[in-house]
Design a protein around this ligand. Structure first.
Ligand code: NDP
Length: 475
């Protein structure tokens, strides 16, 4: 027998994807740089399906039916290039090399262009859902040529998560499109996690409820419009008691958030594209602030609000926070989808945002009932310029906004940092403002740098002779 697909790189993600493929009845060739992982996989899980264990790249390539489908699941960066260089010379025109690692989309564009010259389809694929998703059904975001998707899509759709029978996998667009949307997915994930953390912090300080009681609150929220994987696991984490101290685990975990880099990439690229993803940026910065131990130690004694320790806020505050969380979440996702639209336009990918919302409904970390609302918004006859103006979000924001304002004001009064909530509200108010103070900034720029400005009442560029008689001249 020949294998329908091969997986090289059998650490946790590769091994679980290989098992997922085998469990779905596909014959899978498996290979890893160090043989021990291959042996271990087949020894422990060989009975789940048909694995062809291969010791060398040559053996691996020979085990595959043509055109060959090779899924690379190794450490992102230089290791991916090394593996491509190892396998590409063994492949033939028409074969497919699929990179399922967390590659930067610009690396994917470079690799795709180079391999296209050699007649090989390079498919940069986002895979979300962590270890468990890889085994039980991830959300899969493949880029690359349409032709390669025709040969690869059915296999990937088969092993992806399903929501209402619809696979959480679709062709995203050419070259780096898949890795780009996976990057923004992770950025949105950062923002969503930050907002949930702020909601927790507000409730903890505002109401004095302990983590176990707050777990009940999040469980309750998980039954409504906020229903999502991240809310669900938040309740689980809050309910966990530390075995060695008997205290809530969340009180024992060091409060320094780490990051691997995809959130940072999202913000870097957003800056290049000129897309204001302030929710994602604040989430990345909030993690960064938490990790700056020396800054935090130096500043710990700075004065806070005097005499305010509101632990007495009740049910109404809990509902206010829930609404503020939902509104802020709409903003964060709207900004992420804006970035996808901008990236798609910049690189000519033609990404379908509705299809993306559809495949994020299951399998991935940001899976949520909410994604169905986004899908619906993009299915309208005239898709919205921004998700904020989709009718169902207009309504949701309208319902939430008073609560949202009260929560941000309360947070400022109590001295609780809510960068996510407040930047989301500022974005909302900026977009809906009749006039922004950007007019004054243009005046300042013209004053010190003769950068000129436009007028509301006439076409053209103008400059005021600030150091002269202050008359206006056309530029
Ligand atoms: P790791 O990122 O820890 O990578 C380990 C694997 O890479 C091993 O198979 C290792 O082989 C191989 N490797 C490293 N360097 C080389 C090299 N120079 N040549 C050949 N093979 C090499 O594994 P994960 O399973 O955690 O992740 C795999 C990919 O999936 C990564 O790109 C990751 O970013 C991405 N990803 C991970 C998710 C997660 O939740 N962990 C979620 C989604 C994507 P050896 O055994 O010989 O050392």
């Amino acid at each position: 027998t020949q294998a329908q697909i091969g997986v090289t790189g059998l650490a946790v993600m590769g091994a679980n994807l290989a098992r997922n493929l085998a469990r779905h009845g596909h014959v899978v060739a498996v290979h890893n740089r160090s043989l021990s992982r291959t042996t271990k996989l087949v020894e422990e899980h060989g009975d789940e399906g048909t694995f062809l264990a291969c010791e060398t790249p040559e053996e691996f390539v020979a085990a595959l039916e043509r055109p060959r489908r090779v899924l690379i699941m190794v450490k992102a960066g230089a290791p991916t290039d090394a593996v491509i260089e190892e396998f590409a010379p063994l492949l033939e025109p028409g074969d497919m090399l699929v990179d399922g690692g967390n590659a930067h989309f610009l690396d994917t564009r470079r690799r795709e262009a180079a391999l296209r010259e050699r007649g090989i389809h390079f498919v940069g694929t986002g895979v979300s859902g962590g270890e468990e998703g890889a085994l039980l059904g991830p959300s899969i975001m493949p880029g690359g040529s349409k032709e390669s998707y025709a040969a690869l899509g059915p296999l990937l759709e088969d092993i992806s998560a399903k929501v209402d029978g619809v696979p959480c996998c679709t062709h995203i667009g050419p070259d780096g499109a898949g890795h780009f949307v996976k990057m923004v997915h992770n950025g949105i994930e950062y923002a969503d996690m930050q907002l949930i953390a702020e909601a927790y912090d507000l409730l903890r300080h505002g109401t004095g409820l302990d983590p176990a009681r707050l777990a009940d609150v999040f469980d309750e929220w998980n039954r409504g419009e906020l229903s999502s994987y991240l809310i669900e696991i938040t309740a689980e984490v809050l309910r966990q008691v530390d075995a060695s101290t008997g205290r809530p685990l969340v009180d024992v975990i060091a409060d320094r958030a780490e990051q691997k880099g995809t959130g940072r990439w999202t913000v870097q690229i957003a800056l290049d594209l000129g897309v204001p993803v302030s929710g994602i940026a604040e989430a990345v910065f909030a993690r960064s602030v938490s990790g700056h131990v020396e800054l935090r130690e130096a500043a710990r004694g700075l004065p806070g609000p005097s005499g305010v320790t509101d632990k007495a806020l009740g049910e109404e505050f809990v509902e206010d926070v829930r609404r503020a969380l939902y509104a802020s979440k709409i903003i964060a996702y709207a900004q992420g989808f804006d970035q996808i639209r901008a990236g798609s336009a910049e690189y000519g990918w033609d990404v379908d945002p509705g299809a993306l919302a559809t495949i994020w409904r299951g399998g991935c970390i940001i899976r949520a009932v909410f994604l169905d609302r986004i899908r619906e918004a993009y299915e309208e006859e005239t898709p919205p310029v921004t998700l904020l103006t989709a009718p169902l979000f207009v309504e949701a924001l309208g319902l939430a906004q008073d609560s949202w304002r009260r929560v941000v004001a309360k947070a400022a009064e109590l001295g609780i940092p809510v960068p996510g909530f407040s930047t989301a509200l500022a974005y909302y108010d900026s977009l809906r403002a009749e006039r922004l103070p950007a007019a004054l900034i243009q005046g300042q720029r013209d004053f010190f740098g003769a950068h000129t400005y436009r007028r509301t009442d006439r076409e053209g560029s103008f400059h005021t002779l600030w150091s002269g008689d202050r008359s206006e001249v056309g530029a």
